[in-house]
Write a protein that binds this ligand. Structure first.
Ligand code: MG
Length: 352
């Protein structure tokens, strides 16, 4: 491994550096630099800080960049890596949500492959292997439904941050866990799927599957459906993005069908969990609207985590921003930057 990066979690970065022995590490938080530097200096690991995250991605020794930053922050480093001709293992779905047109066009221009790390998209990618010339009739994105599946508005009004952070199947960061509880995560994933696989919104269906064993499915024009299954664990999709087209032998726990005698399915409740409907609306309107959706949601989630707004108000913030921020049909990169900034200001204004 060449480079390992972190935002502000110095301890974990040091711990991982000792195990993986990269040549370079970047700690984005300048205040943590001295700590990391003094810990890794004896190991002969170079330490950088600040904006270096945007620059190390173009280092000559790198073949593939795993982008796992959270939110809009992942956009620029991903663009830099693509411009430097590096293949991308994409864990940062917001990059494609915000500027999917620019990112995919750049990837094409620079001959760069984007391998999905998101488990649903990895599943679809795996189902599509050997099928690249066969048209897709429908993608079926599965969703666990999150911790509040089946609950009504009355219940959701009083939901607390600690309840929303308890995901039934997946162990993930705070942002994506809240997004899973509101179904925004699935909405962002619909948009992500559109750009990764070139499939329009009307051919992408969301299906709630509480056990998270089927990670997603593809239906072809002859009616055949292919699915990818396994235990809910991110190790496999991460590994496959890095090892494609090979499958590396692993000792990850195996799924045993007898442990799951019932795999169940239901329609998502988009009346109660409005974020999924809002994401489809953003995708259908196109232009800078998905960028607005994402920025408004990032603010809404962060304000919910600070306990300044309630669970249902997160959708209100997103919906209001979608109607208030001016529409741009074919945004350039600067338009996305401006839209993101403007939306964040508007979202804060709505909340306060
Ligand atoms: Mg996912």
């Amino acid at each position: 491994m060449e480079v390992l990066t972190a935002g502000s979690n110095a301890d974990l970065l040091i711990e991982q550096s000792v195990v993986f022995n990269p040549n370079v590490v970047v700690i984005a938080d300048v205040n943590q630099y001295d700590k990391v530097q003094s810990a890794l200096d004896p190991l002969d690991i170079k330490v950088y800080t600040g904006d270096a995250i945007g620059e190390v991605v173009s280092m000559e020794q790198i073949d593939i960049v795993l982008t796992a930053l959270v939110g809009y922050a992942g956009l620029l480093p991903t663009i830099n890596a693509i411009k430097a001709g590096k293949d991308i293992a994409l864990a940062n779905k917001e990059t494609l949500v915000v500027a999917g047109d620019i990112v995919t066009a750049l990837a094409k221009e620079h001959g760069v492959n984007i391998y999905p790390v998101d488990s649903e998209h990895s599943a679809i990618f795996q189902c599509l292997i050997g099928e690249f010339h066969n048209p897709v009739e429908k993608l079926i994105l599965t969703a666990s439904g999150g911790p509040f599946r089946g609950q009504n508005e009355e219940f959701l009004k009083s939901v607390k941050k600690s309840d929303a952070l308890k995901h039934p199947n997946w162990d993930m960061g705070a942002k994506v866990t809240i997004d899973s509880a509101t179904l925004m995560n699935k909405g962002l994933e619909v948009i992500e799927a559109t750009w990764l696989f070139g499939i329009p919104a009307e051919k992408i269906e969301v299906l709630v599957h509480p056990q998270s064993i089927i990670h997603s499915m593809v239906q072809f024009e002859d009616g055949s459906i292919k699915a990818q299954l396994g235990l809910p664990d991110m190790k496999l999709p991460i590994q496959f993005a890095l090892s494609y087209p090979r499958r590396l032998k692993s000792d990850f726990p195996r799924m045993n069908f007898a442990d799951y005698p019932q795999l169940t399915f239901e329609q998502p409740d988009v009346q109660t969990f409005r974020n999924l409907a809002l994401a489809y609306e953003a995708l259908n309107r196109g232009g800078n609207v998905p960028c607005i959706l994402n920025a408004a949601n990032e603010i809404a989630v962060s304000e919910f985590l600070k306990e300044r707004i309630g669970f249902l108000e997160m959708s209100d913030v997103v919906e209001t921003c979608l109607s208030k921020i001016p529409y741009i049909t074919s945004p350039c990169y600067e338009d996305y930057v401006e839209t993101d900034k403007e939306t964040r200001i508007k979202a804060i204004e709505i909340i306060s």
